[in-house]
Design a protein around this ligand. Structure first.
Ligand SMILES: CC(C)(COP(=O)(O)OP(=O)(O)OC[C@H]1O[C@@H](n2cnc3c(N)ncnc32)[C@H](O)[C@@H]1OP(=O)(O)O)[C@@H](O)C(=O)NCCC(=O)NCCS
Length: 347
């Protein structure tokens, strides 16, 4: 038995779980977002599934399909590693669902984190991956919180409810997982006035031009609901920040109500450790939850070379309007001081 979040555990599937499966999997949202869970979910489906897992519990060297339980031992979700022949495979596919009333508590994220520990630490896997329907932003967020990275989009890869659907592939290699373990957890906080002294002095120390007024403006725009801003911390150490502007100055995005991720920075000494990914994932999930799309601009000069690669590897594509050319120094809203390419994700 593994502890997930307070009051919840990951255990083997047990005799008597059938009723919980029937109760939760009669919720169509689970079927609509997964590939192999039937709908309507019948008593026979529940009996077959539980019988198969009880058989596995007796015969397999290690179990790979788990139940998520509350403090009363009642099953409230499932998580497992599919396609895993223990000792024979180098990779496995993670699958998971959480019963509707228990979503949004970090349960899926905690369960996937434990599956990663098991997959890499005990089963000796080299790679974990997941296929997510492109519209399932909550599931993508869960994977990113656990360190999985976007690897590509497969067009019309699955047929669901009579329609072809695009699938996003997320993957996590053992090497990346171990790097994240060595790095330790990153805490993301809302930007707050008491953080500003630390942030400004960290940037001063490396000679980056990040004036105090910028952060004060972000705090006040946060209060008026124009902008969200988050900072990242490794223990007590400030590591970086990002903001999300609800109204983009770029007219084509403003017209379509597409929010803009803006001003992503990670201190150079802490780069290449997945911190920018943590900041971006939170900013994107916040945008996608409300608007279904998210955009950003990246400079075209070599100064932005790392950012260009980073955003494209996260699945951003140019908006198709070509580069926006620089407009000099006295800039009106919507104008820019560098040549930029506007890019989009989602939708
Ligand atoms: C996907 C699912 C497993 C998530 O379970 P959960 O326990 O709510 O997950 P967590 O609480 O660990 O994390 C959910 C994250 O998604 C975010 N999220 C929720 N809805 C979102 C949306 N529409 N867009 C973007 N992010 C969203 C949450 O805010 C949370 O992130 P946060 O911790 O930064 O706030 C659950 O919604 C589910 O069972 N869905 C149906 C089955 C399914 O989709 N399975 C996965 C198939 S690939």
């Amino acid at each position: 038995m593994y502890h997930l979040i307070p009051g919840f555990t990951l255990t083997e599937v047990r005799a008597g779980d059938e009723a919980a499966y029937m109760q939760h999997l009669s919720d169509r949202s689970v079927h609509d977002n997964t590939l192999r869970i039937p709908y309507p979910y019948t008593e026979a489906d529940a009996k077959d599934w539980v019988a198969g897992r009880l058989q596995d519990n007796l015969t397999k060297p290690r179990i790979t399909e788990f139940a998520i339980r509350n403090e009363h031992g009642y099953l409230v979700g499932g998580a497992g590693l599919a396609g895993l022949d223990v000792e024979g495979s180098h990779r496995a596919e993670v699958g998971y669902w959480i019963a509707n009333p228990f979503r949004g508590k970090g349960l899926a994220s905690a369960a996937i984190a434990r599956l990663c520990d098991l997959g890499f630490g005990i089963f000796g896997l080299e790679r974990l991956f997941a296929h997510v329907f492109t519209f399932n932003h909550a599931s993508a967020r869960v994977l990113e919180r656990c360190g999985f990275r976007y690897e590509g989009t497969l067009r019309h890869h699955e047929k669901k409810n009579g329609r072809f659907v695009d699938v996003t592939v997320y993957g996590l290699t053992k090497e990346h997982y171990l790097m994240l373990q060595r790095r330790g957890p990153v805490t993301l906080k809302k930007l707050a006035p008491e953080q500003i002294d630390t942030i400004v002095s960290e940037f001063q120390a490396i000679g980056w031009d990040k004036p105090r007024q910028t952060f004060e403006r972000y705090v006040s725009e946060q209060q008026t609901g124009q902008r969200e801003a988050w900072t990242a911390w490794l223990g007590d150490r400030f590591a970086g920040y990002v903001t999300l502007k609800w109204k983009c100055d770029y007219a084509p995005f403003a017209k379509e109500n597409i929010p803009e991720v803006s001003d992503l920075n990670v201190l150079p000494a802490l780069q290449r450790q997945g911190i920018a990914a943590e900041l971006m994932s939170l900013a994107e999930a916040t945008a996608l939850k409300k608007r279904g799309k998210v955009g950003l601009a990246v400079g075209l000069s070599a100064d932005y070379g790392k950012a260009q690669r980073f955003h494209i590897l996260r699945g951003y594509v140019p908006d198709g309007r070509g580069a926006q050319r620089a407009c000099g120094t006295n800039l009106a809203p919507g104008q820019c001081s560098e040549d930029h390419l506007w890019m989009l994700k989602g939708g």
